[in-house]
Design a protein around this ligand. Structure first.
Ligand SMILES: [Mg+2]
Length: 270
């Protein structure tokens, strides 16, 4: 795909703007620098609603973004299901944020669901797994996951904690049924495609800023987006690039360095 200079920005948040409850260096300056540009915050995290994400950003001392500028994997999942089957029935396992998004466009139905939807957060137990497996194997329901992350970082009582991610939570359903789930979040294209629809742009006009080579960068590069890695989250400064993954167009330690790099590469844009 031909790439002109980028005109829109997609920004991951965890590991880019903040890490749990800690604001990352350069976040405030970066948001001020891009305020006048077309941009959207995109996250694989289906747990918080866009309003809750906006509140979290405000609590960290940043200007509260318009929730319409925030796209979560739970929203993208609900949107994809509504397009795949308008008026769909579903059985969902995951946090409240996922259930709220699905309720807007579908109907919960543990007896005759069209889709078994698995997201991050509490909710999975033996009974839920049993219901989901039977819906898939005996009623032909499709298995859908909000995001493929094996683990996600969290802070609990001030301590760093690793939580099972969407990929880990959908795995028992996949193993029990032998079915490969449809995955909505990064690095799969569906979340990115919804982001581009919202911004009315094509991939070659987008710059994706993220902290994870395997999801943020790999997924965006595959679609033909410009990519910028900030090594302020999962991937540390100096860590060797994984051979199997496409290299980002820009590779920097933090957002403060990214502003300078963008101004040098595309003068007049920021
Ligand atoms: Mg991240």
């Amino acid at each position: 795909m031909h790439r002109c200079a980028p005109r829109t920005l997609l920004l991951d948040m965890d590991g880019v703007l903040y890490q749990g409850d800690r604001l990352l260096p350069g976040a405030a300056g970066f948001l001020a620098a891009i305020a006048h540009l077309s941009h959207l915050f995109v996250t694989n995290n289906p747990i918080r609603t866009p309003q809750e994400v906006a509140d979290h950003i405000a609590q960290l001392g940043l200007p509260r973004p318009d929730p319409d500028r925030i796209l979560t994997s739970a929203q993208a999942t609900a949107d994809w299901l509504a397009r795949a089957k308008p008026g769909f029935r579903y059985f969902a396992v995951g946090a409240a944020g996922l259930h709220r998004e699905l309720e807007r466009v579908g109907t919960p139905d543990a007896q005759a669901a069209d889709f078994v939807v698995v997201g991050e957060g509490p909710g999975l137990d033996y009974e839920q797994l049993t219901i989901g497996v039977n819906l898939i194997l005996t009623h032909g329901a499709r298995l859908v996951a909000t995001n493929p992350d094996s683990t996600v970082d969290a802070v609990r009582d001030g301590q760093h904690l690793i939580l099972p991610g969407g990929g880990a939570l959908v795995a028992p359903f996949a193993v029990a049924t032998g079915v490969t789930p449809t995955v909505i979040g990064k690095p799969e294209p569906l979340l990115y495609q919804m982001a581009m629809r919202r911004l009315a742009c094509n991939a070659g006009e987008c710059l994706m800023v993220g902290d994870r080579p395997d999801t943020d960068i790999a997924g965006a590069a595959r679609l033909g987006m410009w990519t910028a890695l900030v090594r302020s989250g999962r991937f540390a400064p100096g860590a060797p690039w994984p051979d199997a993954l496409p290299r980002p167009d820009l590779d920097l330690d933090c957002l403060a360095d990214l502003i300078a790099a963008l101004r040098a590469r595309w003068p007049g844009w920021l």
